[in-house]
Design a binder for this molecule. Structure first.
Ligand code: ZN
Length: 601
């Protein structure tokens, strides 16, 4: 048997939140450098995972630190080296590692040191169960292949502990692992076996999840064309009281959701929470093609030592965000009314931030590392999201392509070209690739559209484009911090401070003060705790409703603490800006034939 680099990993002491890892490196020379990634693909922020390595020891030679993320072992005399280390795993997110008495979860980027210069070698991973009665029902969920699939002895059985295999380091860190007494659902989609793994306390109706996700996965596979690019796929969900998040991988996804988001037995409607969960599954599954295989040239290969900016996240996150909800409508998991509500909510999220006037979607993408991923109280006033704005660029482009080609072509075709000519053959996407594909597909020059949509902060002409498909997009003023849009609301002309706030023992703590609002004009600031409105205590009341009862045009006295200083503000009341979107109600039958074609009705 060939000598593989081998990792042995076990959550041997879950109570201390530690993974123990032994790395055995055959055929070593006199010096070896080991390194842990500083970021995880799909989540564009430096996270310095190496900070969680607690102790590192080598069987031979002298260990010294090379940089914050690397270790140099020099003076090695043996022909192989064994390195042991512990990783502190107490980050409950889809991006890192987490272990306690209830489960163990890790991404390879948090636990597997890379052997510099040998990243192309195949590796084995031996996953061992913790010892103890409490863990006897734990199983392993991962899309990593068992070593037995490549004819190596000791290969793990499906969901079992034992030996797993990865072709190289890049693959090794792209198969997260969930170890727990989890619930398991299974289905086939276009011949590919899919697992649904639910860890954490939950009451989900698993047969319903199987049925709904099967529909969704078959849709996406056929969208890009059979066969699917993966042999098997795992939806890994950790269920929490409240939670939301997901990260895409080549043959799996790690998700977090709230317990009440998942449907219970006997429930057959689609709750808002379940709609959100299905949208998240749809989003991460679409990434199996769009970003895991169709990639920015800049990511070929990933440089995990430092920030790797690209201006293309409007394609990779934006287009994915467009097709995720659209797929729910096209598969009829949600109805048209529900889809248009979601679409209007996305438009609202973009329009509600004055940041859309200040940052372009390509700048947002490029600066994801320092701005989108490091949002502060000023973010809504300073930045635009490449997810939401990117998805609206996709919508506008889709509608424009349909119009330009007399409804013969659409954005689906652009995605299929990206898949066949780039993703499938491992060719990277450049900044102008999508523009070139669209010009070729339509035979028209889309330069002006792309110039405006990508490189200026002008609003996209959505009202006009949607009207041509018979859909009337309208805007109204916000009724307060909880107004997500998507619906008409008669209260929307009321006075509004244009602030976001959270309840505080003393009153309402402002976390965002929006540009152009009367709250900002009066001097209210993020961090202020508003305690009285017209002399009435705010604690226990809804600040938006309290202010909304006064007439616009009148003056209102507001008291707030800034740090420990009590301050008074005179606010000249105005309604909020008209930034909340909704559609004029339209029944399915009344939709135009072009809208029906777009929604696959
Ligand atoms: Zn995404």
């Amino acid at each position: 048997m060939a000598q593989f680099i081998q990792y042995h990993i076990t959550p041997s002491f879950p109570e201390a939140h530690l993974f123990y890892i032994t790395l055995t490196i055959p055929a070593v020379s006199e010096q070896v450098t080991l390194r842990l990634p500083n970021w995880i693909p799909g989540s564009y922020m430096i996270r310095d995972f190496a900070k969680n390595i607690v102790q590192l020891r080598a069987s031979d030679g002298k260990v010294s630190k090379g940089s914050k993320d690397s270790w140099i072992i020099s003076g090695i005399k043996d022909d192989h080296l064994v390195v042991e280390y512990e990783v502190y795993a107490w980050d409950l997110s889809v991006r890192a590692a987490h272990v306690d008495q209830t489960h163990a979860y890790f991404n390879g980027t948090s636990v597997f040191l890379e052997v510099i210069g040998r990243e192309q070698e195949a590796v084995l991973v031996d996953i061992e169960a913790p010892v103890g009665e409490a863990y006897k029902n734990w199983r392993v969920a991962t899309s990593m292949r068992s070593a037995s699939e490549v004819a190596i002895d000791g290969g793990a059985e499906l969901y079992g502990f034992g030996l797993y295999f990865a072709e190289n380091y890049d693959e090794l860190i792209d198969h997260p692992v969930e170890i727990a007494d989890f619930s398991l659902g299974q289905f086939e989609a276009c011949g590919v076996s899919h697992d649904i793994v639910l860890a954490g306390k939950h009451y989900a109706d698993m047969p319903r999840l199987e049925k709904d996700l099967q529909k969704l996965c078959e849709y996406h596979i056929r969208f890009f064309g059979e066969p699917a690019p993966m042999e098997r796929y795992v939806f890994m969900t950790y269920v929490l009281g409240n939670g939301f998040g997901g990260l895409e991988h080549r043959a799996s996804t790690s998700l977090h959701c709230g317990r009440n988001d998942l449907p219970r037995v006997g429930e057959d409607s689609v709750s808002q929470g379940y709609r959100t969960y299905l949208g998240l599954c749809s989003h991460e599954y679409f990434h199996t093609w769009n970003v895991k295989r169709i990639k920015p040239a800049r990511f070929l290969p990933y440089d995990l030592t430092q920030e790797t900016p690209t201006e293309l996240l409007w394609v990779f996150e934006g287009f994915t965000s467009y097709f995720d909800d659209l797929a729910l409508a096209r598969t009829k998991l949600i109805d048209v009314k529900s889809y248009l509500e979601l679409l209007a909510q996305t438009i609202t999220r973009v329009w509600q931030g004055a940041g859309r006037h200040k940052q372009t979607v390509t700048e947002s993408s490029f600066d994801a590392w320092s701005k989108f991923y490091k949002q502060d109280e000023n973010a809504p006033n300073a930045i635009v999201s490449y997810y939401t704005k990117g998805s609206l660029v996709a919508l506008a482009l889709d509608l424009k392509i349909r119009k330009a080609t007399e409804h013969q072509k659409c954005l689906d075709d652009v995605m299929r070209i990206l898949w066949n000519q780039y993703g499938k053959v491992g060719k990277g996407v450049e900044d102008d690739t999508v523009q070139d594909i669209v010009n070729q597909l339509t035979g028209e020059d889309f330069t002006a559209f792309f110039q405006q949509a990508l490189y200026t902060t002008q609003d996209l002409p959505l009202e006009q484009l949607l009207a041509e498909f018979g859909l009337q997009l309208k805007f109204r003023a916000s009724t307060g911090a909880n107004d997500k849009g998507g619906k008409l609301d008669s209260k929307s002309e009321m006075a509004s401070l244009m602030v976001n706030w959270v309840a505080d023992p003393l009153g309402a703590k402002l976390n965002v003060v929006h540009d152009f609002g009367c709250g900002q004009k009066a001097g209210l600031s993020a961090g202020d705790v508003v305690i009285a409105v017209d002399g009435i205590k705010v604690a226990g009341n809804d600040l938006d409703n309290m202010v909304g009862q006064f007439t616009t045009g009148s003056e209102l006295e507001i008291q707030a603490f800034r740090r420990d200083e009590l301050m008074s503000f005179t606010v000249s009341l105005e309604p909020a800006l008209a930034t909340v979107a909704y559609f004029e109600p339209v029944s399915e039958q009344e939709l135009s034939s072009h809208a029906k074609a777009w929604l696959h009705l």
